[in-house]
Design a binder for this molecule. Structure first.
Ligand SMILES: Cc1cc2nc3c(=O)[nH]c(=O)nc-3n(C[C@H](O)[C@H](O)[C@H](O)COP(=O)(O)OP(=O)(O)OC[C@H]3O[C@@H](n4cnc5c(N)ncnc54)[C@H](O)[C@@H]3O)c2cc1C
Length: 407
């Protein structure tokens, strides 16, 4: 069996793992990232890069390169119902450097991060390597056993970071259980072609007990057909024509291409979850991103919170990793820093879920809930939703403003 070692082993090359890999290796910390797939191309998992994330990337000198990737821009999120239109979040009013959500195809963002990390000799990216077990000695996690081309290999590390997403195997191996919050909805994601230059306001369309989320991607429309949790079978039993009719009704601009939905494989079912683990660490081990907390899709925050976790992890752990002084107390500091923003945004998502989504899926005529009407009516309050979604509580910036400190 092959065995190797590094200072930090990261399991998972999603947004959290790649940003952490980049930040640690640019500090000269020997970092190995294991990614189960052979590349970064995946089924749609969101493209929303928020203003706070763009500013963090700007610290690293990467914002420009990100924005050179063909992408769509979301300046407002609009709710349309019964012929009325309400801007529920207007990012263009935020006094920040990038006052919009950049819809950057995740695959290209991940490739850019991997290319940037590869510039540092301390970074070792191993694609096609699926972590199977944690190596645990006397209660301390000291690396992972993984599989490459059917062969078992071992990687020993001072710190093992689980960044392996919502189904995290490493989290389970560490013995951590998720605590779930109520997420009373599921989403069926549907893609429709987008004509060149075609513009439709992104946001929510509500009517007749149905809710469709419209997102612009560079060459397609991404529609989220929101349903009550557990209703996927009922929706399928009703037949594709009901689905197509709902889209025709709520998004008439796309009515001419709805017939391209010909089978249920074109409506990918996402079981929505909102959860977190009570403790993110144990000796030699830390979970971040979706491995520590799965986010509801409300506000499209998942990628951004995963990245912020990675930044906080690098800010707090680079010095102890370099100095060889890392203790579990250092790992606890990462959770202490990140848990509040995560809890806070999950509460906000829960509130939107209760006051808006649940009501939208109700058969009764939809009326904008009072808290939303107040928030959108008064100028002084109008910027709050955009700030909560686009900026968040305590957004992370790279320590040292992005300049590389000596290893
Ligand atoms: C359909 C869908 C739509 C979404 N839409 C949005 C959106 O619009 N906006 C938004 O912000 N978020 C969205 N999300 C959530 C977002 O994708 C996640 O919050 C974000 O990707 C989490 O990043 P992560 O790095 O923690 O984990 P992930 O992105 O899940 O990355 C985990 C990585 O680990 C790898 N991996 C898993 N197991 C192993 C293993 N054993 N060994 C090695 N590698 C492993 C996986 O291959 C993957 O590359 C969506 C998610 C889904 C499923």
């Amino acid at each position: 069996m092959t065995s190797s070692e590094c200072r930090c082993c990261i399991v998972g090359g999603g947004p959290a793992g790649l940003v952490l890999g980049l930040l640690l290796s640019r500090r000269g910390i020997p970092t190995t990232l294991l990614e189960a797939h052979d590349d970064f191309d995946r089924a749609f998992r969101g493209d929303t890069v928020h203003p706070s994330t763009l500013e963090m990337l700007d610290d690293l000198g990467l914002a420009q390169a990100c924005l050179e990737i063909d992408h769509a821009k979301m300046q407002r999120m609009v709710l349309q119902s019964g012929g009325e239109e309400t801007a529920i979040a207007d990012f263009s009013r935020l006094r920040v450097k990038f006052p919009y959500i950049a819809m950057i195809p995740q695959v290209h963002l991940l490739e850019l991060l991997a290319d940037e990390a590869a510039k540092y000799p301390a970074f070792d990216l191993r694609l096609g390597c699926r972590a199977k077990e944690l190596l645990i000695e006397e209660g301390r996690v000291c690396g992972v056993a993984y599989e490459r081309d059917g062969e078992r290999e071992e990687l020993r590390a001072t710190l093992t970071v689980a960044a392996d997403g919502r189904g995290s195997r490493m989290r389970k191996r560490a013995g951590f259980e998720r605590v779930k919050n109520a997420a009373a909805m599921d989403v069926m994601w549907i893609v429709l072609p987008r004509d060149e230059g075609e513009e439709i306001e992104a946001g929510f369309r509500i009517g007749l007990g149905r809710l469709v989320v419209v997102l612009a991607r560079q060459d397609e429309w991404q529609l989220g057909y929101v349903i009550l949790k557990g209703d996927a079978r009922t929706v399928r039993d009703q037949g594709l024509e009901v689905l197509r009719d709902s889209i025709r009704l709520l998004v008439p601009e796309l009515g001419d291409r709805v017939d391209s939905i010909q089978n249920w494989k074109q409506a990918h079912h996402l079981s929505v979850e909102s959860s977190r683990i009570p403790t993110w660490h144990r000796d030699g081990f830390l979970a971040i991103g979706d491995a520590a907390h799965v986010m509801s899709p409300i506000g499209g925050v998942g990628i951004n919170y995963a990245i912020q976790d990675a930044v906080a992890t690098a800010n707090l752990l680079a010095d102890p990793l370099l100095g060889g002084t890392l203790t579990e107390a250092d790992l606890a500091r990462v959770q202490a820093r990140r848990e509040l923003p995560v809890r806070w945004i999950q509460r906000f998502q829960g509130l939107i879920q209760r006051v808006m989504v649940k009501r939208a899926l109700d058969d009764r005529p939809f009326r904008l809930p009072l808290p939303v009407r107040v928030l959108t009516a008064l100028p002084v309050l109008r910027d709050i939703p955009a700030r909560i979604i686009g900026w968040g509580l305590r957004p992370e910036r790279v320590a040292g403003g992005g300049s590389v400190q000596d290893a």
